[in-house]
Design a protein around this ligand. Structure first.
Ligand code: ADP
Length: 309
């Protein structure tokens, strides 16, 4: 194989109660990436369409993730990466993770798959480290493995994939403002009151149980966040109203996607998800803030191969 074209999916991390540990993969929202094998060793970002992002491999998450993988697999050839950005950086739906995941997935294919998917999550996490200054895998894990993922721990990395119940759909509204991940981190309290911690881990356990047993009501009861949302919602205009509207239109639950500003709602059935997305859109129409609207099933596979030669 000499080149590969990929779909690199957007992801929703945190899922309310699962701050920094849970995530899911979207199916029809994402970037495209083309990777060519070249005679010249090393990694080069040759082209970025749709965003103003660094071309230097050491500054772009795709390059950083690829170099992390290649530090464990020497080759006498190299790779040129072309990124077609559709997910805006700082959207809260895993823009950087999509690039990190695509780069390691594609190069692994071009190398003849020496690495397991969970190794790829580890390498892609270094791309995220470059973007945010902290190692985290809650977006790259669902982008690479698909479905829902739980990052149980980092030392060593322990990631569990959970298949999505079949009738679960995600509505996402992305108000066109920028929330810097660093800013969204800075508003959080360093200590969590015991009462809030108990509620949070009860909900994480319940959500995982609900996903395994396809208990949609239980999933809905668990989508609460007493740790990050109370502080972060102030960074998102219209958040409370949007969440209230989503619930009133039949969402199982709703919250901040990643560190925002995107807002997600989990819904049972496509028609409910469409209704919820419309209702959430109406809020931003009223506020007069431009937004993007997405409705997607949960992507069971993660990064997808579109073409290969
Ligand atoms: P998101 O949650 O949407 O991924 P982040 O704030 O976590 O947003 O990451 C975006 C940061 O990563 C920006 O500072 C951006 O410049 C940087 N970055 C570097 N390379 C890429 C890339 N290929 N795609 C997206 N963001 C990138």
């Amino acid at each position: 194989m000499k080149s590969i074209k990929l779909f690199c999916p957007a992801t929703v991390a945190n899922l309310s109660c699962g701050f920094d540990v849970l995530g899911l993969c979207l199916d029809n929202v994402g970037d495209e990436m083309i990777i060519h094998k070249t005679n010249e060793p090393g990694v080069r970002i040759t082209k970025i369409v749709g965003a103003d992002l660094p071309l230097e491999a050491e500054k772009n998450v795709a390059g950083v993730a690829a170099l992390s993988m290649l530090s464990q697999w020497q080759t006498d050839f190299g790779f040129d990466i072309e990124i077609h950005k559709k997910i805006k950086a700082g959207s809260g739906i895993g823009s950087s993770a999509a690039s990190a995941a695509g780069a390691v997935f594609g190069i692994n294919e071009l190398l003849g798959k020496p690495f397991e998917p969970k190794d790829l999550v580890w390498f892609a996490g270094w791309g995220e480290h470059a973007a945010s200054g902290s190692y985290h895998a809650d977006n790259v894990a669902p982008a690479l493995l698909g479905g829902f993922t739980l990052v149980r721990g980092y030392n060593p990395l322990d990631v569990i994939k959970i298949d999505s119940p079949p009738d679960l759909f995600v509505a996402v509204i992305h108000p066109q403002i920028e929330v810097k991940t660093a800013e969204a981190r800075a508003v959080l309290k360093k200590e969590v009151p015991l009462k809030a911690a108990i509620a949070q881990w009860g909900n994480v356990g319940g959500l995982v149980a609900g996903l395994y047993t396809h208990d949609y009501e239980l999933i809905g009861r668990c989508l609460h966040d007493g740790v990050a949302e109370p502080y972060r919602k102030a960074l998102i205009p219209g958040f409370d109203e949007t969440k209230k509207t989503a619930m009133a239109h039949g969402a199982l639950g709703a919250g901040i996607s990643g560190s925002g500003p995107s807002i997600f709602a989990l819904c049972k059935g496509l028609s409910t998800a469409e209704k919820v997305a419309d209702a959430m859109s109406d809020i931003y129409e009223t506020i007069g803030l431009p937004y993007h609207r997405h409705v997607s099933p949960v992507n069971p596979d993660g990064v997808k191969i579109l073409e290969q030669q």
